[in-house]
Design a protein around this ligand. Structure first.
Ligand SMILES: Cc1cc2nc3c(=O)[nH]c(=O)nc-3n(C[C@H](O)[C@H](O)[C@H](O)COP(=O)(O)OP(=O)(O)OC[C@H]3O[C@@H](n4cnc5c(N)ncnc54)[C@H](O)[C@@H]3O)c2cc1C
Length: 415
């Protein structure tokens, strides 16, 4: 299926945006038996904010409704790896959830109860064993810790391209370098879209355009509860004495930090007190290569918010930082994803609002959307994620974007 002689083409469903979420959605639509599915992106598959992700796939979440969606992604990875004979770089290193205050120890007890409820393997782990696994970590102040051995991180870019490849095998057409310019409606129904290469007539459109999602959906007056908010992490220089590729991921809520191994060094993220947020229309259309926001932030955040992290990592000051990565996540005010149908525009669906965990939830979100469109029973609860769960908001407005940025600043779950 492709454009010829400026004629319009027809499809049953078009998924806009080939990040992990859009690519997974296209694959699930084809798996549910939908014919003539198009996955479309103005750049390359996986080159958006997906390519920036730290890609932790922490299974346990205080927001329990996310868990089945994340578990689904794990299952999907096995399936698409087998179908395409490709590895998505899954590293099953497990996660250490660490509490160094009474408040965090209480939250950890709740997290462990949630893990047990959802069949997520976990066990208490003592300071000696932690020290043997993670030589850089100062364990003196640890009150309680849990090791969840099945957690993995992946290469999100490869995950997106593998979902897209598996989708192609099932008949999906992947159109790269094709921009969606306009959504076409008739009355209260979506009927297609205008792209930079021609018109596509279709019954269903899924807006999976990530940080740019509202730019498209607001054309047809469907506000998505989310805003583009900066995410940031750093990677240290390699050090084989302190770091090993098999070290577990770590969540340190008492330092508002998370870590995982990367290229012989340590990838660490710190939550900022005030995460910068952006107007969707002001974002670069190309994958950003430059630092997002004030370049001084890359050091200022460590100086201003890294003290607690350094108390867990006393050797930090001797350890060089190799790089600092910024990208955009689409945060929501309540930390739940934003996906599902528009109640006002028939045929229009949203798969977005990643809340900083869109790699982890991509397979689950994709399956939910595919089940909704093909009228199948839903495998998980959709209500917490409904795009109309907030009333009277303007996703482009500064106050709403600030609410979303505040949700990121307060987030304590890893990844
Ligand atoms: C620094 C950072 C760290 C992160 N860490 C984690 C983590 O540890 N764990 C985790 O689960 N998640 C993490 N995330 C979030 C994760 O990257 C995303 O949730 C996930 O990749 C899903 O992204 P997406 O598919 O919604 O968007 P994107 O990957 O940005 O895809 C959207 C696509 O839409 C396309 N597009 C936009 N407008 C149009 C148009 N008009 N026409 C055609 N195409 C269009 C873009 O080109 C883009 O490719 C992190 C994000 C960042 C930035």
């Amino acid at each position: 299926m492709n454009f010829q002689n400026n004629e319009s083409i027809t499809a049953n469903a078009v998924v806009i945006g080939a990040g992990t979420i859009g690519a997974a959605t296209a694959w699930h639509l084809a798996k549910q038996g939908m014919k003539k599915v198009i996955l479309i992106d103005r750049n390359n598959v996986g080159s958006g904010n997906t390519s920036k992700a730290a890609s932790l796939m922490t299974l346990v979440r205080s927001k329990e409704a996310l868990i089945p969606l994340i578990q689904e992604t794990y299952k999907n990875i096995d399936e698409i790896e087998a179908a395409t004979a490709t590895s998505v770089g899954k590293n099953k290193v497990g996660t250490l959830h660490i509490a160094a205050s009474k408040e965090t120890a209480t939250s950890l007890d709740s997290l462990v109860a949630i893990a047990n409820k959802h069949g997520i393997a976990n066990r208490p782990i003592d300071k000696e064993e932690i020290a043997s696994m993670v030589p850089w970590l100062q364990t003196n102040n640890i009150l309680k810790a849990s090791y969840m051995k099945d957690d993995s991180f992946v290469d999100a870019y490869v995950l997106a391209t593998t979902f897209a490849e598996a989708a192609k095998q099932l008949g999906v057409t992947v159109m790269q370098h094709t921009e969606v310019e306009k959504l076409l409606i008739q009355g209260d129904t979506i009927v297609g879209l205008q792209t930079s290469k021609g018109q596509i007539d279709c019954d269903y459109v899924v807006d999976a355009a990530g940080a740019w999602g509202n730019t498209l959906s607001m054309q047809v007056n469907v506000p998505i509860p989310m805003a583009p908010v900066r995410s940031i992490y750093w990677i240290t220089e390699a050090n084989e004495t302190l770091f090993s590729p098999n070290q577990p991921m770590i969540t340190l809520p008492d330092a508002m930090a998370y870590t995982r191994p990367e290229a012989g060094g340590l990838l660490f993220g710190l939550r900022e007190e005030n995460s910068p947020h952006f107007h969707p229309d002001a974002l670069n259309k190309e994958p950003n290569v430059d630092f997002l926001g004030n370049p001084e932030d890359r050091w200022d955040i460590i100086v201003n918010h890294g003290e607690d992290f350094m108390s867990f990592f006393p050797e930090f000051e001797k350890q060089g930082v190799e790089s600092c990565i910024t990208g955009i996540s689409t945060y929501t005010p309540d930390g739940y994803y934003s996906f599902g149908p528009s109640k006002d525009l028939k045929g229009f669906y949203v798969a977005a609002g990643c809340a900083g965990a869109g790699v982890a939830g991509s397979g689950g979100i994709g399956r939910m959307i595919a089940e909704m469109i093909t009228n199948k029973p839903l495998f998980a609860d959709e209500k917490p994620f409904a795009i109309d769960r907030f009333e009277n908001f303007d996703p482009m407005s500064k106050p709403f974007r600030q609410r979303c940025a505040d949700a990121r600043s307060k987030k304590k779950d890893g990844g």
